[in-house]
Ligand binder design. Structure first.
Ligand code: S3P
Length: 442
């Protein structure tokens, strides 16, 4: 597929099928590798990123079976000999396009006494790895790679036990926190991670559900602390993956900015560390109804809801660094919402977006500008003057799934034809996205 043409929709209705949460799916596979015995992962995301993690888990000695597929989700059965008995991989571990696979696997490998090499595609080879290498080296693992082991390919030699660490993350990153916690399982003593802003807490919840004691606290200065004590054993359990709020975000924005829309999104995680997109859109005036569902998995499980979004009149808003961190993957979609809102939206301190699958600040600014929006970028701040009618244009996705899906949604409301160049990257996180896009026009 070269370019995909999206035409405006007269109405949007329906219940688009959502992918299984990508963050949770990666973690479920990696924790199943550490746990001895059989783990079932129901309704996992089946995008290319999660498949990359499944490949890494296989290469390290677990059997990973795909039991069933439906609606772009997959049920996995993983059988592992357990963390103490994993195999040294014969070949390079291919992480594809997935930063989460790479950084979490780096943390896990740090605590295994074997040699492995992590690599990925061109985009992943440009992304910063020093942020995990530095603390993992301090814990006793060895890394070598280009530019002082800050870029892939990275060779890792792990060690057990590792030294525990007390570490304040320099940028709020759930991947960095999770890499350290996974390494902490193999450390002799108490590992502590402090973050300026609490990032997504799936690793913490999922470790607790697997029998590991993980303590969290808010410090007096407002920072967030996570602690665990190693060596710790991860138990095999079965887990059902909720729908991905980052995938739901595209429909929330589509429904809110389209003049005749009502969309229902079923079984979405409303985890407090993931729901910022809902709260920010509501603050902008979005009509989003939230129907709570019972949480499977007890206190450590994910809170769930069905979300109903209807056509809304949006107003501009301001986002600072804490909200940028909380909605990091949803900022491209939010920028589109801002372009459709009355007034000027200011997003400050969004520098982390330059280190995603593409430079998302440049990518979103160029794409929205091509569609006729007024966007100004100053350093790491984005200003979007909303309320102008968008007109169809050719949009460059930079092979970034979140940009491809954002521009496709823009095509539903823009006048004329919108071309999304190289849209196939959507399959990184949301393989059924374009099918659902056709489905909601009905
Ligand atoms: C993720 C954390 C975030 C996010 C990514 C998934 C995770 O990355 O952007 O899509 O699953 O931990 P950072 O930790 O680099 O912010």
């Amino acid at each position: 597929m070269d370019g995909l043409v999206v035409r405006p929709a007269a109405r949007l209705r329906g219940r688009p099928a959502l992918p299984g949460d990508k963050s949770i799916s990666h973690r479920a596979l990696l924790l199943a590798l550490l746990a001895e015995g059989e783990s079932r992962i129901v309704a996992a995301g089946d995008g290319e990123d999660v498949r990359s993690t499944a490949g890494v888990v296989r290469a390290l000695g677990a059997t990973v079976e795909r039991l069933a597929e439906r609606d772009g989700r997959v049920d996995y059965r993983v059988v592992s000999p357990g963390g103490g008995a994993l195999a040294e991989p014969e070949a390079i571990l291919d992480c594809g396009n997935s930063g989460t696979t790479t950084r979490l696997a780096a943390g896990l490998l740090a605590g295994l006494p074997l040699f492995a090499v992590l690599d990925g595609d061109g985009s992943l080879r440009r992304r910063p790895m020093g942020r995990v290498v530095e603390p993992l080296r301090a814990m006793g693992a060895s890394f070598s790679g280009r530019r002082s082991a800050t870029l892939l390919p990275l060779a890792v030699t792990g060690r057990a036990p590792l030294e525990p660490i007390d570490y304040a993350t320099p940028v709020p990153s759930a991947q960095v926190k999770s890499a350290i916690l996974l390494a902490g399982l193999a450390a002799d003593g108490a590992t502590r991670v402090v973050e300026a802003v609490a990032t997504r807490d799936h690793t913490e919840r999922m470790l607790r559900a697997r029998g590991v004691t993980v303590r969290e606290a808010t410090l007096e200065d407002g920072r967030h602390e996570v602690r665990l004590t190693g060596p710790a054993v991860v138990r095999a359990i079965d887990e059902t993956v909720p729908a991905d709020p980052s995938g739901a975000a595209f429909w929330l924005v589509a429904g809110a900015i389209h003049p005749d829309a009502e969309l229902t999104l079923e079984g979405v995680s409303t985890n407090p560390t993931r729901r910022a997109i809902i709260d920010i859109l509501r603050r902008m005036g979005a009509d989003i109804e939230e129907r709570e569902r019972p949480t499977p998995g007890g206190a450590d499980g994910e809170p769930l809801a069905d979300l109903v979004v209807r056509s809304s009149r949006l107003r501009a808003t301001d986002l600072g660094t804490a909200e940028v961190a909380a909605a990091i993957d949803e900022i491209p979609a939010l920028c589109l919402a801002a372009a459709a809102a009355e007034g000027t939206t200011r997003i400050r301190g969004a520098g982390e977006l330059r280190h995603k699958e593409s430079d998302r600040i440049a990518g979103i600014a160029d794409g929205l500008a091509a569609l006729g929006a007024r966007v100004r970028v100053t350093g790491d701040d984005i200003e979007i003057e909303g309320g102008r009618r968008l007109t169809g244009a050719v949009t460059e996705t930079l092979d970034d799934h979140r940009l491809a899906m954002t521009f496709a949604i823009a095509g539903l409301i823009a006048e004329g034809e919108t071309t999304v160049l190289r849209p196939e990257s959507a399959a990184i996180s949301y393989p059924g996205f374009f099918r659902e896009l056709e489905g909601v026009r009905a």
